[in-house]
Design a protein around this ligand. Structure first.
Ligand SMILES: C[S@@+](CC[C@H](N)C(=O)[O-])C[C@H]1O[C@@H](n2cnc3c(N)ncnc32)[C@H](O)[C@@H]1O
Length: 591
């Protein structure tokens, strides 16, 4: 098993199989939570399933607890895994529990659960009771996490159809549905997944499914605690399978816990932290506050999981205090960013190696595109707070073959640009491989998402899609924005100086807190994701209020000084700006 868990070749294999094995403390934690459910179960036998069992660490943790409670002989265990290499590990771990009836099913759980063909006898209970056929009392799992890119769009679509899900689904969504369908009403699911389903648009179908099918007991967002070496942040879901979907939305009594790393310059001297031996110890303790581990400081928040009237919408993991703070900010807001501005993603060429270069002038003159078509391109590498310094230019230029004529965007006529034409022709094969461009009735040399060429000239705020802290900056130069960044322009008729108000608000500490609480979508290393659906929902203050006017003046000054002096992003006026933003939303500086 060592080779499976640790080897180098195992890394690729692990990505394909989605095999990020559960560390012992997490396995024990989940087993603790489910063992008491099994103890209280009046079913005989208690049927337990791990649909992606690997070498069986989760089942081993659970069975150890059931053995200690003296009910092991009542239990039947089924593990499923297609990987032949898990067998020795499974045998070793399960061999300890001689008295328990156990089966390892070699195969693809999603096929088996959907068709229930071929392996039927293994799903049946030993008791022969037909009502128990296929029905499990406890599901414990850490299903594979396979990125949609690796899974392939076709497979993802097939799974969506097969499991009645919609939208952009991940593999673990199908596992959640597949395992639920073979559970007894009243049975318990305890499962470790990516935390993404809680807060992303792609998670909406599975959120709806879980809320309909479970009395949710607990959701634990393990955030950026690095319990795994997987690229995704993990979460635990524990729920009781409902008899039937509720007629109307039942209030959830679910609890949530979330744990994220805490970065604070004064952290070393803080005396309000509790020592703990590890993340799962912290979660067991469950008290909100800061904990000190050997890997640094972590903040635990807990409270009631808030699922709105429409359970497909983002589930909110905010404590009572955090929810009250969010309410105050929202109530004090005049409107949202989207009321006065449009937030868009940058261009997507789908052939960056052809269209985006920083070495155009090294090309032979015959194929060096005409300067009119080469435009400065802002990428995440240019991103900094407030503005691009006056001395700096974007590092890349994009060959931008689009123009506006009579108010409509169109591809340029290449006959007018013979050198650009020659360059593009020399890449024709590569560009024509983008069949979707041709199938959409577009020219072979077009950029896939060029946005509106006219809009680049307007004053705009640009920001990178991923950043540890807000890096919203003003561009008055008419640069084009790349697809790793987003950009904000004012709606027609909105006074021009409002762009400075949005800039001040977006870069403030209050908005960073709002972002974290409202969207709960942090990545590893305390990085945040900044996308249209979040930034468009930022609260905006009344532009006519004295506080807003002050913010406009401050932001103008900060842009000016950053540009002139090439100042660092930590402008000395930032603390003052933060205080004014707090007041704008009716809060005292420390609130
Ligand atoms: C995240 S690992 C978890 C393994 C183990 N339960 C644990 O907690 O350490 C996911 C497991 O799912 C298995 N797997 C991948 N695709 C599967 C499928 N379609 N059906 C069942 N298991 C699958 C992998 O081989 C891997 O052992």
């Amino acid at each position: 098993m060592k080779s499976l868990r640790m080897s180098k070749t195992g890394t690729t294999r692990r990505k394909i199989m989605g095999a990020h094995y559960t560390p012992r403390p997490l396995a024990d934690f989940l087993a603790d939570r489910l063992a008491c459910k099994a103890r209280d179960s009046h079913q005989t036998p208690v049927r337990i399933l791990d649909p992606a069992c690997g070498d069986g660490i989760l089942l081993e943790s659970l069975l150890t607890r059931l053995q200690d409670s003296g009910i092991l002989h009542h239990c039947e265990v089924v593990g499923v895994d297609p990987d032949p290499l898990v067998l020795p590990g499974w045998e070793r771990r399960m061999g300890r529990f001689g008295e328990v009836h156990r089966q390892l099913v070699r195969g693809d759980f999603l096929d088996i659960a959907a068709t229930r063909r071929g392996e039927t006898e293994l799903w049946q209970s030993r008791s022969g009771d037909p009502t128990l056929e296929h029905a499990f009392d406890i599901v414990i799992a850490n299903p594979p996490y396979v990125r949609t890119q690796l899974l392939g769009a076709k497979k993802a679509q097939q799974l969506a159809v097969r499991y009645g899900l919609t939208g952009r689904i991940d593999l673990y969504h199908a596992f959640l549905v597949g395992a639920t369908e073979i559970m007894r009403a009243g049975g318990y699911m305890g499962i470790i997944t990516s935390n993404r389903f809680l807060s992303t648009a792609g998670g909406s179908a599975i959120r709806g499914y879980l809320a309909r099918n479970y009395e949710i007991e607990e959701v634990i967002d393990l955030g950026d605690t690095k319990l795994f070496d997987a690229a995704v942040l993990p979460a635990i879901f524990i729920g009781r399978r409902r008899q039937e979907a509720p007629m109307r939305r039942a209030r959830t009594r679910a609890q949530f816990i979330k744990v994220y790393s805490h970065r604070d310059r004064g952290a070393k001297t803080r005396d309000d932290t509790r020592p703990t031996t590890g993340i799962m110890e912290m979660v067991k303790d469950g008290k909100p506050g800061l904990y000190r581990t050997s890997h640094g400081l972590f903040n635990l928040t807990s409270g009631e999981l808030i699922i709105g009237r429409d359970p497909t919408k983002i589930w909110s993991l905010t404590s009572r205090e955090e929810a009250a703070w969010l309410r105050r900010v929202r109530d004090a807001a005049f409107g949202l960013f989207e009321d006065v501005a449009v937030v868009r993603v940058g261009i997507k060429t789908t052939a960056d190696d052809v269209f985006i270069r920083s070495d155009w002038n090294t090309l032979p003159p015959k194929i060096r595109p005409e300067p009119e078509l080469l435009r400065d391109l802002l990428t995440h590498e240019d991103a900094r707070r407030w503005t691009v310094p006056g001395t700096a230019h974007p590092s890349a230029l994009v060959l931008y073959p689009h123009e506006v004529s009579r108010g409509r965007r169109r591809p340029v006529d290449l006959e007018r640009y013979p050198r650009a034409k020659a360059y593009l022709e020399s890449n024709r094969k590569r560009l024509q491989r983008r069949e979707y461009v041709l199938n959409a009735g577009r020219r072979w040399y077009e950029i896939w998402v060029p946005q509106n060429p006219d809009a680049w000239a307007a004053p705009k705020i640009v920001f990178p899609d991923i950043s540890p802290s807000p890096r919203f900056y003003l561009d008055l130069e008419g640069y084009v924005v790349n697809g790793d960044c987003y950009w904000i322009t004012l709606r027609p008729g909105v006074p021009r100086n409002i762009i400075y108000l949005l800039l001040a608000l977006a870069n403030s500490s209050l908005m960073t807190r709002f972002h974290d609480l409202a969207f709960n979508n942090k990545l590893y290393s305390a990085r945040r994701r900044y996308i249209t659906q979040y930034v468009a929902k930022y609260p905006c203050s009344d532009p006519g209020s004295p506080h807003s006017q002050k913010l406009i003046a401050l932001a103008r000054q900060m842009v000016r000084e950053t540009k002139r002096d090439d100042q660092s992003e930590d402008h000395p006026l930032h603390a003052e700006l933060d205080v004014v933003v707090q007041r704008t939303f009716g809060l005292e500086p420390a609130e």
